[in-house]
Design a protein around this ligand. Structure first.
Ligand SMILES: Cc1ncc(COP(=O)(O)O)c(C=O)c1O
Length: 423
């Protein structure tokens, strides 16, 4: 049967048990009034309809209660981050005590490295990827310099083999096995931002910890996209933003995970602030820092409640859909459908650099236009036809069919418009 027909896509939509979730989001409109084909949830997720309600509730609490809002109402501000812990934990396979919403992603990576990058003697290297997201690269480089070391010597870069686009797990593990004694920290993404490759976090963690390295993951493109088991895998720390697959709005507060095995370790260095102090005695205003016995100990400041309210709206929307396992199930079917259509219709024009195996791919497909055709020109052409996706230098068109609000019809229309643009 030919899958590449509107009827086939509509039939898949009719059978989709979470198709109704699209109505829980605002879908941007084209000039002609039709919905955009929005495939950019890997960059900025769409706004859930609950968001305005949850934000307005907090604004009205502030109007009515002023400072008393810290302790009154259904969601008092003082413990507000605690209302997010259960659902955030489910997304990354953690215990609620292991996760907290705080700061921004790059800030959290820095705070985590303060605790988990402790160079000593020869063990002073950080293993990252050659083309890590620039913010991660800068953060790692500056942490190395902060310890008085030379990034040229202390930064180890994992890269794809010649002629390949993605990094093989076996190559990462082989670096760890051969140079592990010199590595203090392995810090990699859960999902690579450019290629969409999903890293084997469990295997990497196991290999690195067997060599005595600490392991942390940047889950910017993984949280809300794939299922993870950070607690079970024994990952030391992780951090993620909430504005991509977590739909909490531009620049919204980030998430952070620290494995429970570290919660009582008094020897870990930490940059501290009053929100990390034991909440029972925080307001006694003493000068001795008593850390919480959870990842909350890494909090610095009282958090921006309006941003946390947007996260609560998003987490409730994901829960309403049935949680991350339900999303992942549809995501596999939806991205496989889009890939099948691309392979059938555009095999000679497009390379999909995202690995094909389900284990190594998530919602995002990264496309490279073959031959002499300029990828950016193709991107501009589909954008003019109502597709929102993104173009990342040097030449990838990234498209993310997001299971919460994208349909099989979106995937069909995208491939149709791409085919038109390429012809
Ligand atoms: C993989 C990755 N790491 C880090 C960042 C930086 O995030 P932030 O600006 O929230 O610190 C991003 C932003 O898109 C990202 O995709």
């Amino acid at each position: 049967m030919n899958k590449f027909t509107l009827e086939y896509a509509q039939q898949l939509d009719a059978q989709d048990p979470i198709a109704h979730m699209r109505d829980e989001f605002y879908i941007p409109k084209q000039d002609n009034g039709e919905d955009e084909i929005y495939l950019c949830g890997n960059s900025l997720g769409l706004q859930p309809k609950k968001t305005a309600e949850y934000l307005n509730y907090e604004l009205s609490q502030w109007q009515k209660l002023g400072v008393k809002g810290h302790f009154s109402g259904d969601f008092p501000w003082m413990p507000y981050h605690e209302f997010l812990a259960d659902e955030s934990a489910k997304l990354v396979g953690a215990k609620p005590s292991e996760v907290v919403c705080m700061n921004s992603l790059t800030a959290n990576l820095h705070f985590m490295m303060v605790s988990f990058y402790q160079p000593k003697g020869n063990r002073n290297k950080i293993l990252i990827e050659e083309h890590a997201f620039p913010s991660d690269h800068y953060a790692v480089e500056s942490q190395i310099k902060f310890h008085g070391l030379n990034p040229n010597e202390s930064m180890l870069l994992a890269k794809p083999r010649n002629g390949e686009d993605t990094i093989r797990t076996e190559d990462i593990i082989s670096i760890i096995e051969s140079q592990g004694e010199d590595i203090a920290l392995v810090m990699l993404p859960g999902v690579q931002y450019y290629t969409g490759e999903v890293f084997d976090m469990q295997a990497i963690t196991q290999a690195a910890q067997a060599k005595g390295c600490k392991v942390g993951f940047d889950l910017a493109h993984a949280a809300g996209n794939i299922s993870m088991q950070l607690n079970q895998w024994g990952v030391d720390f992780a951090a993620w933003c909430s504005y991509k697959y977590l739909n909490s709005g531009p620049g919204s507060v980030a998430g952070c995970f620290v494995h429970e095995k570290h919660h009582n370790n008094k020897d870990l260095p930490r940059f501290a602030g009053w929100w990390g102090h034991d909440k029972e005695t925080r307001f006694e205003m003493e000068n001795t820092f008593v850390p919480m016995q959870s990842t909350e100990a890494w909090q610095l400041s009282n958090p921006p409640i309006l941003s946390l309210a947007a996260i609560r709206a998003s987490l409730d929307t994901i829960k309403q859909a049935g949680g991350i396992e339900v999303l992942r199930k549809k995501s596999i079917q939806l991205s496989t459908y889009m890939r099948d259509c691309l392979e059938q219709e555009l095999e000679d024009e497009i390379d999909i650099i995202t690995p094909k195996s389900i284990k190594h791919s998530g919602a995002q497909l990264s496309l490279i236009v073959k031959g002499d055709v300029d990828g950016k020109t193709v991107f501009d052409a589909i954008e003019a036809k109502g597709v929102t996706c993104d173009f990342r230098h040097p030449n990838a068109i990234r498209v993310a069919p997001v299971p919460l609000y994208n349909s099989y019809t979106d995937a069909f229309k995208f491939v149709t418009l791409l085919r038109e643009a390429l012809s």
